[in-house]
Design a protein around this ligand. Structure first.
Ligand SMILES: [Ca+2]
Ligand SMILES: [Ca+2]
Ligand SMILES: [Ca+2]
Ligand SMILES: [Ca+2]
Length: 577
């Protein structure tokens, strides 16, 4: 047990107060103690072995006692509780409070909603935040030694608030009658966070001071991890305010989830955005978007392979493959090589794909499958519709499973993203309704999918059609309501995974806010046969330092594991025969 937790200025002051010795620390004492005891990371660095740390802490504790004769040294007794004060030592007179610093010495206690706090008024002051805080963003942990926390995980407002339906279960897909609710929620989210900083301004220090065991004894620091009883000083960092802790932080770290259950499906389907998996190496001139070197491409392939194998899916819809045949072929080869058997196969591309609207983008969707578990029915098709011109052409493949003659069809999508607002035409400008730019285009793309599904159902009323992909739209945005109004079933809602307006799932985290960009819809016939649907959180909650890139990522963090194989979480869907 590392004993310094019971000997730091705040708790020492408190313990002294509790014992009635009345001692307070002067600045020099506090600085010395801070040096010795607060900076657990510095302390750990100075004393790398636990036994040295214990000895140093005991020495420091004795020093505490000599500096503050009214207090007996806290003793490491394994229980973490301070030793009893010696009854024979009389307390010195309390030091007079300095009027200039009065009020800054005593920590300001913050409980309840963080968005109610005027942090700027506390710059230079000590604050103590009671209760739990949840990690919502680790984007700057490895670079700046910062984590962003809030009282709870934050959701993108349009994940559960519908911009044009006061009751989010309604399916209007135009207008903005409920935008005020979206805007208010966004305002609350923006105010609800606090950055905890390590107190240093250097970059890329590894391991990060807040988590010195990361990469050795500690696997990861996931979003959703909890910290309790944070206290420290509010400081400015550029345009931001941060809290620099003055006591060691007590973390309850979130664990990596096992593959979720899908009930008892005959086959399972995965939907996975693979974050620009390119076979072409990015040389800075060729518009390749993925790996910058052979080594990075190998790392990317190894992580994607591990992730796809761990999903145990029989059909995998992929987004963000390089728009060629080579990337998909490399991935399939890697999967088979790792399995040691020729099990995976690619659907490839139909003739005319590149001339279809959305067929000439730098990236494309793809479909790969387990040839021992399912068989293709007919050839892969592209949906030819002008709606996809500004995005990626959807691919369609029908399959049968070994256990059943009844086919099922998978439609894989990657709709227009919310970015690039500057080039957007009048219809596609960001209207400030929470849906971002190109909402109209995505709504048109949803309508095009409804038309396609309707046409298939005219030929075959009971067709089991699964519509999956990265729709670049959150659950209550217009494109999703377009699908719902068009008769497609949101499989998450049907499975009870989402209760609109109360809980939400996520496949992506954007500046600390979670939401679902990756969805699964189906015809009624398909929905009736879905045994389960789940988002497997292997990526969105993980540190970006685990991804395949080598520019900044610390080498000890790389592993050929599913974690942070992409920035999106995969969605898994189980289908009965
Ligand atoms: Ca820092
Ligand atoms: Ca709705
Ligand atoms: Ca709506
Ligand atoms: Ca790179």
């Amino acid at each position: 047990m590392f004993p310094s937790a019971s000997c730091h200025p705040e708790s020492l002051e408190q313990c002294c107060a509790a014992r009635g010795c009345g001692a307070a620390l002067n600045d020099a004492e506090e600085n010395l103690l801070t040096m010795l005891l607060h900076r657990t990371t510095l302390f750990s660095a100075l004393f790398p072995l636990p036994c040295l740390r214990v000895l140093a802490a005991i020495a420091a504790a004795i020093l505490c006692a000599s500096m503050l004769p009214g207090c007996a040294p806290p003793v490491a007794d394994g229980s973490g509780s301070p030793a009893k004060a010696s009854p024979t030592v009389s307390a010195p007179a309390p030091r007079q409070a300095d009027p200039a610093t009065a009020g800054t010495r005593e920590a300001i206690v913050i409980d309840g909603d963080l968005s109610e706090v005027d942090w700027r008024s506390h710059v230079g002051q000590q604050v103590a935040i009671s209760g739990e805080l949840v990690v919502v963003d680790t984007f700057n942990l490895l670079r700046w030694g910062e984590v962003k926390v809030a009282r709870e995980r934050l959701f993108i407002p349009t994940e559960h608030i519908d911009p044009n339906d006061a009751d989010s279960s309604d399916t209007t897909s135009t207008g903005g009658s409920n935008v005020a609710e979206v805007t208010a929620a966004q305002k609350r989210n923006t105010a609800a966070t606090l950055i905890i900083d390590d107190g240093f301004e250097d970059q890329n220090t590894f391991p990060p001071r807040m988590f010195p065991e990361l990469g050795t004894g500690l696997d990861t620091v996931r979003l959703g991890s909890v910290v309790q009883g944070v206290s420290g000083e509010i400081q400015t960092r550029g345009n931001s305010l941060v809290l620099v802790p003055n006591t060691p932080l007590t973390w309850t770290l979130a664990e990596r989830p096992q593959r979720p259950s899908l009930g008892e499906p005959a086959v399972s389907v995965a939907c996975f955005n693979v974050l620009n998996y390119f076979s072409s190496i990015d040389d800075g001139r060729n518009d390749a978007r993925g790996a910058d070197s052979e080594a990075e491409r190998e790392r990317q392939e190894a992580k994607l392979t591990a992730a796809i194998l761990a999903m145990q899916a029989d059909v995998i819809g992929l987004m963000e493959l390089e728009n060629n045949l080579d990337a998909e072929a490399r991935l399939v080869a890697s999967l088979n090589r790792t399995l040691g058997e020729e099990r995976f196969a690619a659907c490839g591309l139909p003739a005319g794909f590149h001339s279809a609207p959305g067929g000439s983008d730098a990236i494309r969707v793809g479909i790969i499958y387990r040839s021992d578990r399912v068989s293709t029915v007919g050839d892969v098709e592209v949906i030819v519709d002008e709606a996809f011109r500004e995005a990626r052409a959807p691919l369609v493949q029908a399959f049968t499973m070994a256990e059943s003659e009844q086919p099922f069809t998978v439609v894989v999508n990657h709709w227009k993203s919310k970015g690039g607002a500057d080039e957007a035409d009048a219809d596609n400008k960001d209207r400030g309704d929470g849906q971002g730019a190109y909402n109209a285009t995505r709504r048109d793309q949803a309508a095009a999918i409804c038309r396609y599904v309707d046409a298939v159902q005219k030929r075959e009323a009971d067709a089991r059609i699964l519509v999956i992909g990265d729709f670049n739209a959150y659950s209550q945005e217009d494109p999703l309501d377009t699908l719902r109004a068009g008769g497609l079933v949101d499989l998450r809602e049907r499975q009870g995974g989402i209760d609109p307006g109360t809980t939400a799932d996520y496949s992506y985290v954007y500046y600390g806010q979670c939401g679902l960009l990756d969805h699964a819809f189906g015809t009624e016939s398909m929905a009736a046969d879905v045994t389960g649907i789940a988002t497997w959180h292997i990526n969105a909650d993980e540190l970006r330092g685990f991804d395949y890139n080598q520019e900044y990522n610390p080498e000890p963090l790389y592993e050929a594991s599913p974690y942070r194989s992409s920035d999106h979480d995969p969605v898994l869907i189980g289908i009965a025969k």
